[in-house]
Ligand binder design. Structure first.
Ligand SMILES: C[S@@+](CC[C@H](N)C(=O)[O-])C[C@H]1O[C@@H](n2cnc3c(N)ncnc32)[C@H](O)[C@@H]1O
Length: 272
């Protein structure tokens, strides 16, 4: 029988206790929303819920809320190329390809250090195979990048998604390389910044606390004022990619001072 005993009202407060710390927020305040979303991300990561969805039959390693908002972005931009570093089973490549198919334009270029035989076979047999090309190699190797650059050269709109190795140094190296391909008005999407928020879960890893995409994003934005963090595509709060949707300003927006002051991110609700 469905359990309906968890009732709340406008005075409900949420207290999170861990060894040595205690924090209470009003459940229905914006802070309460952020706290519950942050808890959901921790629990989702603990229970590996991002491994549950499939897209048109192929496993995609994403939270549903991120899938929906990526769909919004791609449907709005109708890119000519979506370059994705980190293919895994290929579900995200199929997602992007399905939107290209509906839009009647666009292709996906997937880069992965190891494209397993069965994953390649699945993608090659898929009805959307004609929208997908694969390159095997480390995303940060110069020859891999040159192959990608040659393939997308001269295209009208290029979106790049970084979802491979999530260490700070690797993501920073990818950002510096692949930002060159992003066309003005388009986006450089950095997945899995939430690694910074889930190092403390029971199955978390301590090194995630110090090495994660958020640090790379912060350093990249400090040096690239032509990019801005667009919070529109993380507005559902339940996301693997906080601060991950980086919009490249159009040239007419970019007459701005060459050196913009970088604002550190507002502190996330700390529930530790
Ligand atoms: C999180 S999975 C990608 C998930 C996929 N984008 C999705 O949404 O379903 C990460 C992938 O990155 C790949 N990877 C790890 N290091 C890499 C590197 N240096 N260059 C390219 N790909 C890499 C792994 O082989 C793995 O397939």
């Amino acid at each position: 029988m469905y359990d309906r005993t968890l009732t709340t009202d406008s005075s409900t407060r949420l207290t999170i206790e861990t060894a040595g710390s205690r924090r209470t927020v009003d459940l229905y305040s914006p802070e309460g929303l952020r706290a519950v979303a942050s808890m959901w991300v921790k629990l989702g990561a603990q229970y590996k819920l991002m491994y549950e969805p499939t897209w048109l039959g192929v496993p995609i390693i994403q939270f549903p809320s991120d899938i929906v908002l990526m769909q919004e972005l791609l449907w709005r931009l109708r890119p000519d190329w979506i370059v994705e570093c980190g293919v895994a089973h290929g579900g995200s490549a199929i997602l992007y390809a399905s939107l290209c198919e509906l839009a009647g334009k666009g292709r996906v270029l997937g880069v992965d250090v190891e494209i397993r035989k069965h994953n390649r076979a699945t993608l090659e047999a898929h009805p959307l195979a004609h929208r997908i090309e694969l390159i095997e190699g480390s995303s940060t190797a110069q020859d891999t990048f040159e192959r990608v650059r040659r393939r997308v050269a001269g295209s009208g709109c290029v979106v790049v998604v970084l979802d491979s190795n999530h260490s700070t140094e690797h993501v920073l190296a990818e950002l510096r390389l692949y930002e060159q391909l992003v066309t003005p008005g388009s986006y450089l999407v950095v997945m899995d910044g939430a690694q910074a928020d889930v190092w403390d879960i029971p199955r978390g890893q301590r090194e995630w606390r110090l090495s994660h995409p958020l640090e790379a994003i912060e350093r990249f934005l400090a040096a690239h004022p032509e990019y801005e963090d667009d919070p529109h595509y993380t507005r559902l709060h339940v996301t693997c990619c906080p601060h991950g949707f980086l919009r490249k300003k159009r040239r007419d927006e970019w007459s701005a001072p060459l050196v913009a002051e970088h604002q550190p991110y507002p502190e996330e609700v700390a529930i530790r």
